[in-house]
Design a protein around this ligand. Structure first.
Ligand SMILES: [Ca+2]
Ligand SMILES: [Ca+2]
Length: 88
């Protein structure tokens, strides 16, 4: 019984450790996304227009693909897709 508890505790600990790392990675990525977004969002209205996207060749190439709701702007959610697909 004692062995079982130890094994369970160990697996719980490693699960927590993994979750901790993933959380840190996600935080680092979202920091980068936020900074990139602010750089590209020249007029700081919270959306990146096609014109603003021209500052990044890669972004302007993928603009139509990323503009999921086709409103001609990329919001943070849409922009984060660019970043996460770019990383892979
Ligand atoms: Ca803007
Ligand atoms: Ca959009």
């Amino acid at each position: 019984m004692k062995t079982l508890i130890t094994a369970a505790s160990l697996s719980l600990l490693s699960t927590l450790a993994l979750a901790g790392n993933a959380k840190e990675d996600a935080a680092a990525v979202s920091d980068t996304i936020r900074i990139q977004f602010e750089i590209l969002d020249a007029d700081q209205n919270g959306e990146i227009t096609k014109k603003e996207a021209l500052a990044s060749q890669k972004l302007s190439i993928k603009f139509a693909e990323l503009d999921v709701n086709n409103n001609g702007n990329l919001d943070r959610t849409e922009f984060s897709q660019f970043y996460t697909t770019e990383e892979k």
